[in-house]
Design a binder for this molecule. Structure first.
Ligand code: SF4
Ligand code: SF4
Length: 420
């Protein structure tokens, strides 16, 4: 970058008035600095990444970006570094954004990281520049249909521990009201399975006619899409739409806000257009029919998942369910609803913990756990399958074991209904 000297005339005459010396600077066009914009142009010429060029450096995003609270990051900073010639495709900056959408909420220029990140990451993936741990998650998803690398044939094994009927559509051979799209972590992760068992029992207690795809289900792929693997996402979307299209049902209910996002906004592009609800939205209007007899006399705070709240506007259903539990004292953290800070798992962050560690002072999940503890919560209630494991790890690593429990809302409801 070459810095230009300010132009200073010895004497300028403006509207007949003589302005000697440095005062005349303000009336002459001044070039403060000159940039080689070719690197920025390379980024903004990628389809989807155009809006990075709209940034006018107001800094509003920096004030709300959760990653900036644990590091040095925001769209403003990403724009500035790119403007100064740093290649975004080669920069760690490309992998730090969790696509939490908090910056888009405040940006006057609509610089859209939700579109910029997947577009530029796709380029990086094509050039073989994605972090190793992310590539492992992609490979697992491609090979096994889930990012954990678990065997596809075991996808419905959790059903045995439910000890209530959980019909698998291929065997059920009858229409159902609700097709429950279970997703990967609720099918395989030990703590995810706990929430699945709880939800299966709640569905049974309510007499919901439901079924699952079982081994015919694969990952919804939404986080892989945000992490830059659009091709993999398309494969998964086509597979799931094909499987779902074989069966008759009235609506889809999902456990996972990321799957919710995919079914709402992406799957219709692949022919999958069905009414879809997150399980908290499905249960909230039915709450009076759940016999909540066992009190939970604890202070509970709720972590809004980015992809249920900010991305898709649902803040009330989870809170209405929690408020219905006898004895439960719901306290809000400072960052809640629209301003909630993310757990760090979105946009591929779920599989980038080791990579991110080198560029941040603490994990976002640790920061959130500390916030919950500061507000005096006994239980951190969650409703996204990424969060139980992330926050339970963070409770341990921040030394809060015994002070804070992490529970899915399905678990809290089933406990209060004496189903678990
Ligand atoms: S809020 Fe928008 S315009 Fe302002 S600095 Fe951030 S990205 Fe740029
Ligand atoms: S989407 Fe979230 S993590 Fe990404 S830059 Fe915006 S505020 Fe920061």
């Amino acid at each position: 970058m070459q810095k230009a000297k300010p132009i200073e005339l010895e004497l300028a005459v403006v509207n007949g008035i003589e302005l000697p010396g440095h005062w005349n600077r303000m009336f002459e066009p001044r070039v403060i600095s000159e940039y080689d914009l070719s690197v920025l142009d390379q980024v903004t010429s990628i389809e989807g990444a155009e809006s990075l060029g709209y940034c006018y450096q107001c800094g509003k995003c920096t004030a709300v970006c959760p990653v900036d609270t644990v590091g040095d990051y925001s769209p403003r900073k990403v724009f500035r570094r790119t403007q100064l010639g740093a290649s975004l495709v080669d920069s760690p900056d490309l992998w730090l954004c969790t696509t939490c959408r908090n910056c888009l909420r405040v940006c006057p220029k609509e610089v859209n990281m939700i579109e910029i990140m997947p577009a530029v990451r796709e380029q990086a993936v094509l050039e073989g520049k994605a972090p190793e741990e992310l590539l492992t998650a992609f490979e697992n998803t491609a090979r096994y249909g889930n990012p954990l690398g678990e065997p596809p044939r075991k996808r419905a094994d959790w059903v045995k521990s439910a000890e209530v009927p959980v019909p698998v559509m291929s065997q059920h051979k009858a229409p159902v009201d609700v097709l429950w799209f279970v997703e990967c972590y609720p099918s395989y992760h030990p703590r995810g399975k706990d929430a699945s068992v709880a939800l299966a029992r709640l569905f049974n207690a309510l007499g919901v006619e439901f079924g699952i795809l079982g081994t015919e289900e694969k990952c919804s792929g939404d986080s892989q899409r945000m992490a830059g693997e659009k091709g993999l996402f398309e494969m998964l979307a086509e597979h799931n739409v094909k499987m779902l299209s074989k069966y008759q049902f009235n609506q889809i209910v999902v456990t996972d806000p990321h799957a919710f996002n995919a079914f709402l906004h992406e799957y219709p592009k692949y022919g999958g257009q069905w009414p879809v609800q997150h399980y908290t939205q499905f249960l909230a209007p039915l709450i009076d029919q759940i016999n909540l007899t066992r009190p939970i006399s604890k202070k509970v705070t709720f972590h809004d998942p980015c992809y249920l709240g900010r991305h898709n506007g649902e803040y009330e259903a989870p809170r209405n369910l929690l408020k219905a539990i006898p004895g439960l004292d719901l306290v809000e953290m400072g960052h809640c609803r629209e301003t909630a800070y993310c757990c760090g798992g979105g946009g591929g962050g779920m599989w980038l913990d080791s990579f991110v560690r080198d560029y941040t002072s603490q994990r976002l999940s640790e920061k959130r756990v500390r916030e919950a503890v500061e507000y005096g919560a006994d239980i951190l209630a969650v409703t996204c399958p990424y969060e139980v494991s992330r926050f339970e790890d963070a409770v341990k690593s921040t030394g809060n074991t015994g002070k804070l429990e992490v529970r899915d809302i399905a678990e809290l409801l089933a406990y209060s209904a004496e189903l678990i």
